[in-house]
Design a protein around this ligand. Structure first.
Ligand SMILES: Nc1ncnc2c1ncn2[C@@H]1O[C@H](COP(=O)(O)OP(=O)(O)OP(=O)(O)O)[C@@H](O)[C@H]1O
Length: 350
């Protein structure tokens, strides 16, 4: 097994708000190894981006890590000074975002923006940085890289801008790349090309990738492992095949059920009913229970612990302990949910 690059233990990220402190990330733990992609998946607002911004040290001004730790190559990085965090970004850990135009400076040429990190992080001369910049553009599949060096971001297509952002992210030879919905704004063909590029770079450079998305189709393309988040918490984690073939949490099943399957004409879409709770909402028991088609009394009273199902598959759901959930659709919260008659699952508690 490859070296662990990133270890996040019991992360709690809090925001100061008018209503008092609220938690956007609640006791989340995970790791990323060299050469693997961990996909963090969940609906909009479930805490994916705040988890990644906590890792890279770019939280909004009213946010802070209130508990837990973030370790990179064994070293605690959550409590580094602002200056050390800045140096770490772009060298050890880089991030790419959904909309390259927000990350790229519109008044600076591609060449300038590529040379800057190379001169800062690698002490290169302008000439050396230009040569390396052209190499990086080549590496991310940009044709005529010499010409592109002199162009401004608005002169490039959306896909090309995303490639430029990836080239800039690679400039400091990062061990870990964080990609926050990098293909959401792109059309499907370009999206597939960017996903292929990220996969190829991960393998070639043996990088760890933390990939944030709400799209299970994208997860299927890039993930080695998947962490499913709901309302600031991790509710399920496992190798990608386990999550797709044997999803245990009703929320994960719901996410998979809300992906249209174009190859299957009999496929029926079952979107998850209801919406995420607000950060200020107090919920007793499992935070998903008000939306869960299979909620039992216990789910309304006690927070489910994380169970180890073996094979690197973990889930926090009382139901998994009791029985497997059927694939059918039941009624919500009335005790009349359809449940499977499958034998109880073997659950080894962690
Ligand atoms: N500066 C802030 N102050 C208060 N709450 C915030 C702040 N930034 C984000 N939040 C809240 O934190 C929660 C998690 O947000 P986050 O951006 O991580 O969600 P997400 O899963 O990445 O969603 P999306 O896919 O829409 O980006 C949301 O409820 C969001 O409204």
């Amino acid at each position: 097994m490859k070296e662990t690059l990133l270890e996040v233990n019991n992360l709690v990220t809090e925001f100061r708000t008018k209503e008092g402190p609220v938690q956007a990330v609640r006791d989340v733990s995970f790791s990323v190894r060299k050469g693997e992609t961990l996909c963090i998946v969940g609906e909009s607002g479930c805490g994916k981006s705040i988890t990644s911004l906590s890792v890279i040290g770019l939280l909004p001004e009213n946010g802070r890590i209130a508990n837990g730790e973030v370790r990179y190559k064994g070293e605690a990085i959550h409590n580094l000074s602002a200056e050390k965090k800045r140096l770490m970004r772009g060298s050890e850990i880089s991030m790419i975002f959904q909309e390259p135009m927000t990350a790229l400076n519109p008044v600076l040429t591609v060449g300038y923006q590529l040379r800057e990190p190379l001169m800062i992080h690698h002490g290169m001369s302008k000439q050396q940085a230009t040569t390396r910049g052209i190499e990086l553009l080549n590496q991310v599949g940009i044709p005529y890289p010499e010409k592109r060096m002199n162009q401004y971001p608005h002169e490039l297509s959306g896909g090309m801008r995303q490639r430029v952002m990836i080239a800039i992210a690679l400039a400091g030879d990062p061990g870990l790349l964080i990609a926050d919905e990098p293909t959401t704004a792109l059309d499907v063909t370009i999206q597939a090309q960017i996903l292929d590029l990220i996969n190829e770079l991960k393998d070639r450079l043996d990088m760890g990738v933390m990939f944030i998305t709400h799209d299970m189709g994208v997860v299927a393309e890039v993930a080695d492992r998947v962490m499913v988040m709901y309302a600031g918490q991790k509710i399920e984690e496992g190798p990608v095949e386990e999550i797709f073939d044997r999803p245990k949490h009703p929320y994960t099943r719901g996410l998979l059920g809300s992906v249209p399957n174009v190859d299957d004409p009999t496929f029926e879409l079952h979107p998850i009913p209801g919406t995420l709770p607000s950060l200020t909402e107090q919920i007793q028991g499992c935070r998903f229970h008000p939306r869960c088609l299979f909620a039992m009394d216990r789910c309304r009273q006690q927070v489910p612990p994380e169970d180890d199902l073996g094979n690197g598959h973990y889930v926090s759901c009382w139901l998994t302990r009791e029985e497997a959930v059927s694939d059918g659709v039941g009624t919500n919260d009335e005790g009349t949910a359809t449940r499977s008659e499958d034998a109880p699952l073997k659950v080894a508690q962690r």
